[in-house]
Design a protein around this ligand. Structure first.
Ligand code: UTP
Length: 300
């Protein structure tokens, strides 16, 4: 057991260019794309709050206005709904505002995920913190973040989330080489490789968008040169921490086997929307019936 303070703060990088979604993301961050009836970012903020992290720092870019507006009050709309007695919609509108304390900092140039995380240094200070990527949604029925926070407290290092993927798909992800620790349900990460060729991949364990990091990651990021794509890569900094001993060293992995929805590219996004809509209470039955008829009509 270490005496590390408990994680209180969540950092949500949302300053990427979202090029895979152009032109939809020309004037709007991809984190604002709706997933059924809420922007993706709201699911992510809700997940942080559910894990007890009610101090949220969002790293934003050029298009930050829509993000800030979404988590702010809309007095005219709220009054209109109140006057009409539409309490259900009023509650839905107010939910985003009441989630927690949200702070914003701009990234400036989007020079990579590592660079975005480094922008959180002043706000976070010298305590462990969570990073949640806004295009990765974790089903609230399958909690992951609380497990990662527990592993961070236990190990005093940094923690990443891993999923098993089909071996031929690993080159789309960061990949972890790991060792099992006797008697524990988390693994020790020996090495991280960003988007390896299938033949070179050390495993089929892929890194997904949840991290609980020791604050020493900031000093490492400051000394991490631009890597793949000329961007400062969080994976490179974690690789340094993985091989470091002593205070803040060590990277551990929690293997997640629950429901996850990737909204970072068009096909995965569409699958996420259809899956969640099919499961929703108000739309599910009608949508499933229609989908059944529609797919039956499609040419084989
Ligand atoms: P992605 O790798 O998906 O990049 O970032 P992207 O720019 O958003 O999307 P594409 O590849 O151009 O389509 C993963 C997460 O990191 C954030 C993104 O907003 C996203 O939530 N990010 C990425 C930053 O905040 N800053 C960056 O410089 C890069």
């Amino acid at each position: 057991m270490t005496s590390a303070p408990r994680v209180r703060k969540a950092v949500i990088p949302a300053a990427g260019l979202g090029t895979r979604f152009l032109p939809a993301t020309k004037a709007m961050p991809k984190e604002m794309l709706p997933v059924v009836d809420k922007p993706a970012i709201q699911y992510v903020v809700q997940e942080a709050v559910n894990a007890g992290l009610d101090d949220v720092l969002m790293i934003t870019g050029r298009n930050k206005r829509a993000l800030e507006d979404h988590f702010d009050r809309v007095p005219v709309t709220e009054q209109l709904l109140a006057d009409k007695g539409d309490t259900e919609r009023l509650a839905a509108v107010q939910l985003a505002t009441d989630l927690g304390e949200i702070h914003y900092v701009r990234q400036g140039d989007p020079k990579g995920l590592g660079h975005a995380v480094l922008r959180a240094k002043t706000h976070v200070g010298n305590e462990p913190f969570a990073v949640l990527l806004g295009d990765d949604l974790i089903d609230e029925r399958d909690p992951l973040l609380t497990t990662m926070i527990d592993v961070q407290a236990k190990t005093g290092g940094s923690v990443i989330a891993l999923i098993e993927v089909e071996p031929e798909k690993i080159s789309a992800y960061g990949c972890a080489d790991m060792s099992v620790i006797d008697g524990e349900d988390y693994v020790r990460v020996n090495q991280l490789v960003e988007k390896p060729a299938v033949a070179d991949a050390p495993s089929n364990l892929a890194v997904i968008g949840r991290y609980v990091l020791h604050p020493s990651v900031f000093e490492v990021l400051e000394n991490t040169p631009p890597g793949r794509g000329n961007e400062i890569q969080l994976t490179d900094a974690l690789q340094t921490l993985a091989t470091r001993d002593g205070e803040g060293g060590g990277v551990y992995g929690v293997v997640f086997r629950g429901r996850r929805y990737d909204t970072g590219d068009k096909l995965s996004y569409l699958k996420a929307v259809v899956t969640l809509a099919c499961e929703s209470e108000d739309l599910g039955a009608d949508l499933r019936a229609w989908l059944g008829e529609y797919t039956a009509r499609l040419p084989k």
